[in-house]
Design a protein around this ligand. Structure first.
Ligand code: PGA
Length: 255
């Protein structure tokens, strides 16, 4: 991973679309668009059942899982290991998405998932973000605790293999209160970098940083230009090929 690389656009499909046929249809459209794109790379994160067919569709593209379990094998009904993901050609894994934290995933679980992903040469995309912003700035301590607990025991040398996605919960999904501004993104990403630098004895983290939360074809470029990030984590819009084409073309025109 290098800071001079193209922007990284992660398409988080969440629990969509409903069928494999539809998943392949959207993936084909997105990969088709990518043929004319030079300034961005696309990583699709489909539901895990669609990973093998997307892998087959295009063997050269990076592919992300939306979750991983931290144990290697055993009696863990319903879980999928990092080794299994690696074995079918998955390259990245989203870890600690707010929708999983909402279901009870803790910072401690996320820390173990980061280490497990790294051990299988998967690139973890670690999501962090505050639930709300208060005037007193308590959300900053919340973020600090979240990051320190998620990165406890993660070696400094691994940071260049980790992607960090800043996803403020209040700006995500259909229930978003409002969109974040590029300035808010910029300030918070600087703050996250400082927390990591302090945590790792004044070493600037070489990780890539993404922004996620109601990213669309109109605001994508503003986050890349003004938000201080290396890429974007796109939810709803990533299932709409026409909007994604506009989003990717806006970046082509603007970088
Ligand atoms: P959204 O989702 O783009 O639909 O807000 C982003 C995310 O949850 O990763």
């Amino acid at each position: 991973m290098s800071k001079n690389s193209p922007y990284l656009i992660v398409a988080n499909w969440k629990m969509n679309p409903e069928t494999e046929e539809k998943a392949l249809h959207v993936a084909k459209a997105l990969y088709g668009t990518m043929k004319q794109i030079k300034k961005s790379e696309l990583v699709i994160a489909p539901p895990s059942v669609f990973l093998p067919s997307l892998r087959k569709l295009n063997k050269n593209k990076s592919l992300a899982a939306q979750n991983v379990f931290f144990e290697k094998n055993g009696s863990h009904t319903g879980e999928i290991s990092a080794h299994m993901l690696h074995d079918i050609g998955v390259t990245h894994v989203i870890v600690g998405h707010s929708e999983r934290r909402h279901m009870g995933e803790t910072n401690g679980d996320i820390q173990k998932k980061i280490l497990t992903a790294l051990s299988q040469k998967l690139t973890p995309i670690v999501c962090v973000g505050e639930e709300y912003r208060d005037d007193k700035g308590e959300y900053l301590s919340f973020l600090k605790k979240q990051i320190e607990e998620c990165f406890a025991g993660v070696p400094k040398t691994a940071l260049s293999r980790i992607i960090i996605a800043y996803e403020p919960l209040w700006a995500i999904g259909k229930n978003a209160i409002r969109e974040a501004t590029p300035e808010e993104c910029f300030e918070t990403v600087v703050y996250i970098k400082k927390i990591l630098a302090d945590f790792y004895n004044h070493t600037q983290p070489k990780s890539l940083f993404l922004y996620g939360g109601s990213v669309n074809e109109k605001n994508a470029l503003t986050f890349l230009v003004g938000g201080g990030v290396d890429g974007l984590l796109v939810g709803r819009v990533s299932l709409e090929p026409k909007k994604m084409e506009k989003l990717l073309l806006s970046i082509e025109g603007g970088k």
